[in-house]
Design a protein around this ligand. Sequence first.
Ligand SMILES: [Zn+2]
Ligand SMILES: [Zn+2]
Length: 261
Amino acid sequence: MIFDTHMHCDYSCDSHMKIAAAIEAADKQNIGIVITEHWDDDYPTNPTAFMFDVDDYFARFGTYRSEKVLLGIEIGMQKQTAAADEALAAAYPFDYVLASMHCVNGRDLYEERCYAGQTKVEAVREFLTDTIANLELHDNFDAFAHIDYMCRYMPFTDKELVLSEAPELFDQVFKILVAKEKPLEINTRRLNDPLAVQALLKLYKRYALLGGKYTVLGSDAHYQEHVGRWLTEALALADAAGLEPVYFKERKMRKMRKMRN
Ligand SMILES: [Zn+2]
Ligand SMILES: [Zn+2]
């Protein structure tokens, strides 16, 4: 079964989807899903907005849990929260822990002011440098989310990550992930944009060349209509890069059967 391994429901403050709606959307497409509610400790401007009652999450969502509905978490990494992030991942029976970068040096990548005074290359290099620091401090996670997250929001004409703008930093990120055996997520959010696909393919190929073998596919849905969105494009991208799509259940990597014959 194909899995959409990244989406937000009742416990993510920015989501507009209830878990029952996510399951309904997945059933229609005959795909499995992994719920990955936001956990961003010490979020800039609102330190607790992206945190939730994890006991309540398991108590309420436990009844929905099945072979094709898995319960995970998306932990937004920051250097100062590394110890707490690691402890949280260890404290609960998650199927999947997805590590991500939503902030850089205490600033929110979502906000335009995050990039004030920077060129695009400077912003990307700062993001990669902070990613490296965080990947070195964090270990209790299964995969690394949306490397192109900042491409959604950075206020520059060229919004793509370009390997040649920071070759040694991209390599360092990929080498850490390979050494820790963590798949690099293909986030489907921007896969309707051919320019994004073109740029991303170069990154995923580089990750594969440095020893990366696996990827996870995630829509990052916050609305029911986005569950499973552009998974076909993601499978094609994984194929083109030479990466095998997987998902995690009970924190163990599982292989997905491919969609086509
Ligand atoms: Zn995210
Ligand atoms: Zn997300």
